[in-house]
Design a protein around this ligand. Structure first.
Ligand code: GLV
Ligand code: GLV
Length: 332
């Protein structure tokens, strides 16, 4: 029995499908609700909140990202908002490293060769399907890992990259948050890195061999990876995005790949998803790995996210402490 079913105070109305909830259904069923559980695919705006009416106390999303929820509108109505950080950190960090490896090793093209029956036309040859190596060889210069956004997931990704011989970590994050020298020194010591350095976004673009975009979506980061950023990257560098598609200008990235400004890109998210079809400029790029937003898609993690989302809504409805509550103080 699920946690929600086991809570006698709750009277549940459940969208019956295993895909994103139909908005008309939601609008029709939400009036008079006390709590709302959503996925990142449901846009929660004033219309939804007004339709719920004054009974609504809490919105709980089964995701770490919450840019699909209008936080200002929620705060103005005195609502609490729950989300699911921490439980998905490892899964998304795993996937970020996987994307870096898949991209640098041409896994997309290589797999198509084997699974489309093309192997006989592509026999082993010295430089076929070669790409830049993530792990550092004694003879090659140390690889620098760059992070746009340096929260839990970025730091967990860094921890994994240490075993690939990364020695320098650069990161760029919200300009208004103060540099945490103590934390950076502690990370460098813990992972035996030569440096962990906060840099501005241009230096991040110029200096990194692999750039991991792991920052929140929303207005502040919209198209932060644009033509200007991509033109500053090295021709041998790789861009990874496992956060939100809106951070990357897809047209600029397609051009960067087509014209060889960068070596490749690995994306778990694309702006406008899931409407990414064969005519999308990035789908056509051979050096672009695209996965359909599976960052947290392990059985263990999705179960933990569901439990966390249920705990959050129960606490919100019954008035207890939520395991993970979004800080809305800036919106009140
Ligand atoms: C996934 O993208 C999430 O925000 O949980
Ligand atoms: C983002 O919320 C993170 O955990 O990095």
């Amino acid at each position: 029995m699920s946690l929600l079913e086991a809570t006698p105070e709750l009277d549940l109305v459940v969208w019956p499908d295993d895909r994103s909830c139909d908005r008309t259904w939601l609008l029709g069923n939400i009036p008079g609700s006390t709590g709302l559980v959503v996925m990142l695919t449901e846009k929660v705006d004033s219309e939804i909140l007004d339709r719920a009416g004054p009974s609504l106390k809490v919105v709980s999303t089964m995701s770490v990202g919450y840019e699909h929820i209008d936080l200002r509108a929620a705060a103005q109505r005195g609502l609490r908002v729950g989300y699911t950080p921490d439980v998905l950190t490892d899964a998304v960090a795993d996937l970020s490293v996987m994307l870096a490896l898949m991209t640098s090793r041409n896994a997309g093209i290589a797999m198509a060769v084997a699974k489309d029956g093309q192997w006989p036309n592509h026999p082993w040859s010295p430089f076929a399907l070669c790409g830049p190596q993530l792990s550092t060889m004694a003879s090659s210069p140390a690889r620098k890992a760059g992070f746009l956004g340096f929260g839990r997931i970025a730091q967990a990704t860094l921890a994994r990259l240490v075993s690939f011989g990364i020695t320098h970590c650069l990161y760029s994050s919200n300009p208004s948050s103060p540099t945490n020298h103590e934390r950076d020194a502690e990370l460098a010591k813990r992972y035996n890195l030569q440096s962990v350095t906060k840099v501005d976004i241009d230096e991040l673009a110029r200096e990194s061999d692999f750039i991991f975009v792991l920052a929140p979506g929303g207005h502040d980061t919209y198209h932060i990876i644009n033509e200007n950023f991509l033109k500053q990257m090295r021709r041998t560098s790789i861009l990874i995005n496992a956060s939100r598609g809106t951070l990357v200008d897809s047209d600029a990235l397609a051009r960067a790949l087509r014209e060889g400004w960068i070596w490749g890109a690995g994306l778990d998210v694309v702006e406008g998803e899931p409407n990414v079809t064969l005519d999308h400029p990035l789908v056509k790029e051979p050096r672009c790995i695209i996965l359909p937003h599976i960052g947290s898609a392990t059985l263990e993690t999705r179960r933990a996210m569901a439990v966390r989302a249920a705990q959050n809504v129960i606490a919100g409805v019954l008035g207890g402490n939520m395991p993970a509550e979004v800080d809305l103080s800036g919106y009140r």
